[in-house]
Design a protein around this ligand. Structure first.
Ligand code: ZN
Length: 350
């Protein structure tokens, strides 16, 4: 995660970010009017662009030669501050993200120490705290103290996909800004513009579920091969001998990235199968729109109970992976549960 953040440029304009037009316009107007709130809480699913918008906001706050584009203030890209952001070396832009599983108290303390001084170069200092819900109580209380005594020229932006895990006292001091998943159409456009074949872009943009980051990862991976493997494993689970299930588990559980993608793909396949079972006219709402016929066949030959049990097995796999069970073991137990569910479904239907 940190590695991804390091690869992305700090310099951003709102126009560079896919989606989030309303949020961009509101933030841009606030900055242009000199009404930028001293603390904002950006909430919404991971991977949809919250950090990109935070960077665009920080870039704009400190740009000394803002330009207006379609009534939206944007950073100029040429002033001293913009140049420092481009170089990834702005002394008044600070990003904090979890060190391991948590944001450590020392990380918050160094932010506190910094905010006692005026910004080095710029009019404002911007502190972005990514995954702010991963602060522990001690760190959260330290941050709260800083938010309670706002200094005129430090702006905090807290990012989270789980706002309910933040202290209520922190939430109440921040201006809440909610991010919605990016529309599939916007992601599809981005993918085709970056050279992905249009049929692939159409499917990937739906599988990505509103996350540009995930769409780009899926483009790199052999997502169609993986999806074929997962679909085969789930639909064939009831008939496959155990040795075959174990060898599929070796493939799906090859490493953490593969099992994560497999679980995502499996969730959407099941969701689509359930949609198909509930309504034969659901085809246009499917994520895996190109597999409509095969999903309909799977749905028709399986009971609701079996499909729900497969869905539960996938969700359980996710939880186990989050608590550090090995990818291989997660894959094995998911496929074994699917095998039992589909096997009983087939027996019941016969
Ligand atoms: Zn500038």
């Amino acid at each position: 995660m940190a590695a991804d953040a390091d690869r992305e440029p700090l310099f951003r304009r709102f126009q560079d970010v896919v989606g989030h037009e309303a949020v961009s316009a509101a933030l841009s107007r606030a900055v242009a009017a000199g009404r930028a709130h001293h603390a904002c809480l950006f909430s919404g699913p991971d991977g949809i662009g919250k950090r990109q918008i935070a960077r665009a906001y920080a870039t704009l706050l400190n740009c000394s030669d803002r330009v207006s584009r379609d009534e939206i203030a944007e950073a100029c890209g040429r002033c001293h501050s913009c140049v420092l952001m481009r170089a990834g070396q702005h002394p008044d832009y600070v990003e904090v993200s979890p060190d391991g599983r948590f944001i450590k108290i020392d990380q918050i303390r160094s932010v506190q120490a910094l905010t006692r001084f005026k910004p080095y170069e710029a009019a404002a200092r911007v502190v972005v705290i990514d995954h702010a819900d991963m602060m522990r109580v001690e760190g959260a209380n330290a941050l709260l103290k800083t938010l309670e005594e706002p200094s005129g020229n430090t702006h905090f932006v807290l990012l989270t996909s789980r706002p309910h895990l933040l202290l209520q006292t922190i939430r109440s001091r921040c201006q809440p800004i909610r991010f919605a998943p990016v529309a599939a159409g916007a992601i599809e456009k981005l993918l085709t513009q970056s050279g992905v074949a249009s049929a692939d872009a159409s499917v990937i943009s739906r599988i990505a579920q509103g996350s540009v980051a995930r769409a780009l990862t899926l483009t790199d991976a052999d997502i169609f091969d993986l999806r074929e493997l997962v679909l085969g494993a789930l639909t064939g689970a009831g008939r496959a001998p155990l040795t075959e299930i174990m060898s599929m588990a070796v493939e799906l559980g090859a490493d953490r990235a593969t099992i994560e993608a497999s679980l995502d793909v499996a969730s959407l396949l099941i969701r689509d199968a359930l949609l198909q079972k509930a309504s034969s006219t659901a085809a246009d709402r499917l994520a895996n729109v190109d597999l409509a016929d095969r999903l309909a066949a799977w749905a028709a030959s399986s009971s609701y109970d079996a499909l729900f049990r497969v869905r539960d097995a996938v969700e359980k796999g996710r939880r186990r992976l989050a608590s550090n069970v090995s990818p291989r073991v997660v894959a094995e137990s998911m496929l074994l549960s699917a095998h039992r569910a589909m096997d009983e479904s087939t027996t019941a239907a016969a």
